[in-house]
Each structure stands twice: as structure tokens, then as C-alpha cells.
Design a protein around this ligand. Structure first.
Ligand code: HMG
Ligand code: MG
Length: 295
């Protein structure tokens, strides 16, 4: 297992994109600033997608402009096309994430494009990013199953991950969008992708819909992955992925990594406090088991 893991905190983006009510901009800003005080080094801040598709993050520019950017912390933002890239750059974003899917059906539901069309759309974004010195992360969704298509062949995941890597994404996050995977499948999928894209350029992104996320993460750590996406308080889900619930809670991942003696640089009590603060803002109980146990 890796001696050190980098957590990519996605709560402010994946978490808040799926909320039924619109969260005040000031709350989003405060969330990100609280997160940056916990030792997290990568905090996905928001999405510059179409506000018609994700009204929850229509205030992306205000959020990004409002945060206190801490030196040494990166704040990637989701970008689906050149229009999103320009909006992100206009407020000073210097790291972005593009997102494709391994399932054709999900790609159409989520971004209204086939997989090929989406990758064609990303090519000029990556070209601009390269010229501007902007780092680009890539997501592959539905890596262990799709709500519309069902089974997703591992070869399709490998193919899309490889294409994003070749296009210039420095890291590819493999997303179990609907939390359907189990550890054996997760391990086999990661191993297959790592056959074509270096493990050092891979991350895992588990939703906890069926309670399998921590077990899946452990299996992937054993395979050698050293970057894990998670969301404080276990918020999250994609509005275009039927049946998807929250991401694995960052507090629970950090607790497990601490127990395994794997360094994260994150102050767990501070992270728990931030998650409890967020759940109070959202008016519901935290989904983090570790946070609940601390009460
Ligand atoms: P479309 O409707 O096919 O595209 O959407 P369009 O180009 O016709 O645009 C429609 C309207 O949106 C136009 O406005 C555009 O100007 C505007 P109108 O002319 O009607 O007034 N528009 C934009 N506005 C602001 N910023 C932009 C932008 N682009 C277009 N960037 C599109 C195609 C890709 C834009 C749309 O489908 C979209 O935004 N989808 C985003 C869906 C999304 O954010 N899903 C959640 C993130 S993915 C996820 O959660 C999974 C992940 O967590 C990993 C995992 O769990 O697996 C990453
Ligand atoms: Mg997600």
C-alpha cells in the first residue's frame, strides 16, 4: 500500500451539485475556506457547467472569486467545454477537470454527447490549458456500472482513461458514479486501467450508495493507488445518474488511512468539525460514520 495518500475533496462540487435546495454562495465559500484549513491540498471548488443543467452551481464565478486561496492548495473546477474554460479562467482558475464516461448511455444523459463527441470537445480545452499552463484532471464516470446501460465492460473504461491521459490529463479519476461496485470488481478494473495508464496518474472516486466505498478503496490501495476522491460529510451524487447517492465521506477515509498508518496530512478533528458544520447548514445528519461517532 502507498505510504502517503492525497485526498481530493469533492464536497463543494460533487456534494453541492446534487442538493435539492440552492445553498447560499457565502456558505459554499465558507465551506471551501474551512476545508483548506484542515490540511487538504486539493479541493474541487465548483463547476463551470451550464447553469441550465446544474442550477445548484450557477454561482461558480462568485464562489471561486470569493474563496481565500491558500498557497500550496489547488482548487480544480469542472469544465465541460470551451465556454466553461473561459468562465473559469476569467476568475483565475489554474486547474480544471474534464469529465467523460465509460458508458455511452450515461454520457448522453449527463453531457448530451457521445463519448467520442465529448472527447472531441475536450481536445481544444486541453490545448488551451496546455498553452496557459493550466493543469487538467480527467474523470471517467460509470466505471463499475451504469444506471441506464447496466454492465460496463472494463475494456471501455481502459479505453476512455487512456484517451484522456493521451490528451494530456495529468491524473484520471475513476468514478463509480452510482456506487454499485464491490472490491473484487474495483480491484480488477483498476488493475486493467493501470496496465495502460501509470498507477501514479490514477485516482479512485467512489460513491457509497451500497455501503461498499471503503472496502473498494482498501482494495484499490492494495493495488497501489495513492489518490482518493471523497466528500466531507458524505454529500454528493450526480443529478443525471439515477439512484446515485453521496460520495464516501472524507472523514471516514481519513480515519481508515490513519488506522492503516498511511499519511494524509489532514487534521481529522478539524475535518470532522467542518463536516458537522456543513450538515448543520444543510439541515440534516452527516453521512460520515466517524463524525457521528464523535458526537
Ligand atoms: P447542451 O444543452 O447540449 O449544450 O449541454 P449547448 O451548447 O446547447 O448549451 C445549452 C445552453 O447552456 C446554452 O445556453 C449555452 O450557452 C449554455 P442558451 O443558448 O440556451 O442560453 N452553456 C453554458 N453556460 C455556462 N457554462 C458553460 C456552458 N455550456 C453551455 N460551460 C453541456 C451540454 C455539456 C453544456 C451540459 O450537458 C452540461 O453542462 N452538463 C453538465 C452536467 C454535470 O455537470 N453533471 C455533473 C458532473 S459529472 C459527475 O458528477 C460525475 C463525477 O463526479 C465522477 C463520478 O462520480 O463518476 C465527475
Ligand atoms: Mg461523483
Amino acid at each position: 500500500m502507498p505510504p502517503r495518500v492525497r485526498i481530493v475533496e469533492v464536497g463543494a462540487r460533487d456534494g453541492l451539485q446534487n442538493e435539492k435546495t440552492i445553498i447560499p454562495t457565502a456558505t459554499k465559500i465558507e465551506l471551501i475556506d474551512r476545508l483548506s484549513a484542515t490540511g487538504l491540498r486539493t479541493i474541487e471548488a465548483t463547476s463551470f457547467v451550464s447553469p441550465k443543467w446544474i442550477p445548484q452551481l450557477a454561482d461558480a464565478a462568485e464562489v471561486f472569486s470569493g474563496i481565500a486561496r491558500k498557497p500550496g492548495v489547488s482548487y480544480p473546477v469542472l469544465v465541460p467545454n470551451l465556454q466553461g474554460y473561459e468562465r473559469a479562467r476569467a476568475v483565475g482558475a489554474d486547474e480544471i477537470a474534464v469529465f467523460a464516461a465509460a458508458s455511452e448511455a450515461f454520457s448522453r444523459k449527463n453531457i448530451n454527447a457521445s463519448i467520442d463527441e465529448s472527447i472531441e470537445r475536450f481536445a481544444p480545452v486541453l490545448e488551451r490549458a496546455r498553452a496557459d499552463g493550466v493543469k487538467v484532471r480527467g474523470y471517467v464516470s460509470t466505471v463499475l456500472g451504469c444506471p441506464y446501460q447496466g454492465e460496463v465492460p472494463v475494456a471501455d473504461v481502459v479505453h476512455v482513461a487512456q484517451r484522456l491521459h493521451t490528451l494530456g490529463c495529468y491524473e484520471i479519476s475513476l468514478g463509480d458514479t452510482i456506487g454499485i461496485g464491490t472490491p473484487g470488481k474495483a480491484r480488477a478494473m483498476l488493475r486493467a486501467v493501470a496496465g495502460e495508464v501509470p498507477m501514479a496518474a490514477l485516482a479512485v472516486h467512489f460513491h457509497d450508495t451500497r455501503g461498499q466505498a471503503l472496502a473498494n478503496i482498501l482494495a484499490c490501495l492494495e493495488e497501489g493507488v495513492a489518490v482518493v476522491d471523497s466528500a466531507v460529510s458524505g454529500t454528493g451524487g450526480c443529478p443525471y445518474a439515477k439512484g446515485a447517492t453521496g460520495n464516501v465521506a472524507s472523514e471516514d477515509v481519513v480515519y481508515m488511512l490513519d488506522g492503516l498508518g498511511i499519511a494524509t496530512g489532514i487534521d481529522l478533528p478539524a475535518l470532522i468539525a467542518t463536516g458537522l458544520w456543513l450538515s448543520a447548514q444543510l439541515g440534516r445528519e452527516t453521512s460520515s460514520r466517524v463524525a457521528r461517532a464523535s458526537l
